[in-house]
Design a protein around this ligand. Structure first.
Ligand code: ZN
Length: 127
């Protein structure tokens, strides 16, 4: 079950909430510190260690694409894990789970169908 990270708007503490994707749509998590319901989901786009330029350079590096077989979920999963590392940022539990499932050989389409939050673009690839 994935862990979602929230920041409490009342006391400023971070709270990790463990729940299923199904629960995520229906649950209003509360702060474990002060029991406030004013939690803001942390989608860690701010921890980009490198500049945009060097990031784009590494993404366009042809060697990083070598050996990826788009028809092989394991190969795609391995590539995505590599990309996640290259981005230098926390991609979130959905990304991690998707990579895990790809590496286990699961069909990407069935994974996406299982994980509606992926289509919201919150953790999607940069256009
Ligand atoms: Zn709080």
């Amino acid at each position: 079950m994935p862990v979602y990270e929230y920041k409490c708007q009342a006391c400023g503490r971070r709270t990790n909430v463990r729940m299923s994707y199904n629960e995520y749509d229906h649950t209003n998590p509360r702060c474990t510190n002060c029991d406030s319901g004013s939690l803001e989901r942390i989608i860690s786009k701010v921890r980009i260690a490198r500049s945009e330029d060097s990031r784009l350079d590494s993404l366009s590096d042809p060697s990083s694409l070598s050996g990826v077989d788009e028809n092989d979920p394991r190969s795609v999963g391995k590539f995505m894990r590599h990309m996640g590392n290259e981005m230098g940022e926390e991609m979130g539990p959905e990304f991690d789970e998707m990579v895990d499932r790809l590496e286990a050989g699961e069909n990407p389409e069935s994974i996406e169908a299982d994980m509606p939050s992926l289509s919201e673009g919150a953790t999607g690839p940069v256009p």
